[in-house]
Design a protein around this ligand. Structure first.
Ligand code: ZZB
Length: 260
């Protein structure tokens, strides 16, 4: 499976992370990024936040003189064999912490309409897939949309400040059958209520994927007006050439889908 990894730069740590890392000399003058694996680089204009699992362990990995990546150890190890480490095949881990500590960290999401967005919790993040970091595009991903609605409804329960989830889905792709906000529309049609509705969410994802890919037209960005199929590789190349992203391959046998 070939993913595009998106680099979301840390702008301000959550309170707990700041207590742990704010003063650490090895992090000074470094650029620290959450790296999110996506199959939909053309949707990055619609990022409203970024999801991690609260119970997942995340590592801080030194990639070169300037960059530190936050992701699962598994992903860092794969990356070390793909040119993203100081020495081929060698992982340099500087720290490890539970996702919960990182919730509320403010990051810069490349191409997003929003200047800064927050790291938020999602129950269905898989430790065994991608980087364990999932950038959120509620306009075009049913999982992302329904999780955002869950967070808004139950901010206290999820231990977040409600303002962190106060970023509306952005219309970025027009579709003939589900309009300009295909994921919210399909969720409403299928009466999906929460992240726990896993079976319906998997069906919704399948519908939204196909509709976006085969029938979608870009509404925003350098390739507005072009079909998604045409814009996708162009936007992927833009992200890679501007170093806001990079290509990450996952060995096929390791890929597990959220839908099972
Ligand atoms: C942004 C995005 C925008 C995504 C969209 C999807 C959609 P698949 O098809 O099952 O392989 N993802 C990546 N890593 C994880 C993880 N560890 N746990 C849970 N979800 C993860 O799914 C690939 C997609 O699953 C990735 O692409 C990522 O979300 C998420 F508009 O990135 B995507 C209709 C889907 N739309």
């Amino acid at each position: 499976q070939e993913y595009t990894c998106i680099k979301l730069k840390v702008l301000e740590w959550s309170k707990e992370a700041n207590e742990l890392f704010g003063e650490k000399p090895e992090f000074k003058d470094k650029e620290i990024y959450f790296v999110a694996a996506t199959l939909r680089p053309e949707t990055m204009y619609g990022q409203t936040n970024c999801y991690i699992g609260t119970e997942i362990d995340y590592g801080f990995f030194k990639i070169n003189e300037t960059d530190i990546f936050i992701c699962t150890y598994r992903a860092a190890r794969n990356m070390a064999f793909q040119g993203y480490s100081e020495e081929r095949g060698k992982v340099n881990q500087l720290a490890e912490i539970k996702g919960s500590i990182l919730i509320g960290t403010k990051v810069k999401a490349p191409l997003s309409k929003y200047e800064q967005v927050y790291i938020l919790p999602m129950e269905n993040v898989l430790q065994t897939k991608g980087t364990g970091v999932v950038t959120s595009v509620p306009s075009d991903s049913p999982d992302d949309y329904i999780t955002l609605m869950d967070l808004r409804k139950k901010a206290k329960y999820f231990k977040i400040e409600s303002s962190w989830a106060d970023y509306d889905p952005v219309p970025i792709i027009r579709t003939p059958n589900y309009g300009d906000l295909s994921a919210p529309n399909v969720c409403v049609q299928k009466k999906i209520n929460s992240q726990k509705d896993r079976v319906q969410l998997a069906e919704a994802k399948d519908i939204v994927y196909k509709e976006g890919f085969y029938n979608g037209i870009m509404l925003v960005g350098d390739h507005a007006g072009k079909p998604v199929q045409e814009a996708k590789p162009l936007i992927r190349n833009l992200l890679v050439s501007t170093k806001q992203g990079f290509i990450y391959n996952e060995p096929e046998s390791l890929v597990m889908s959220r839908s099972g």
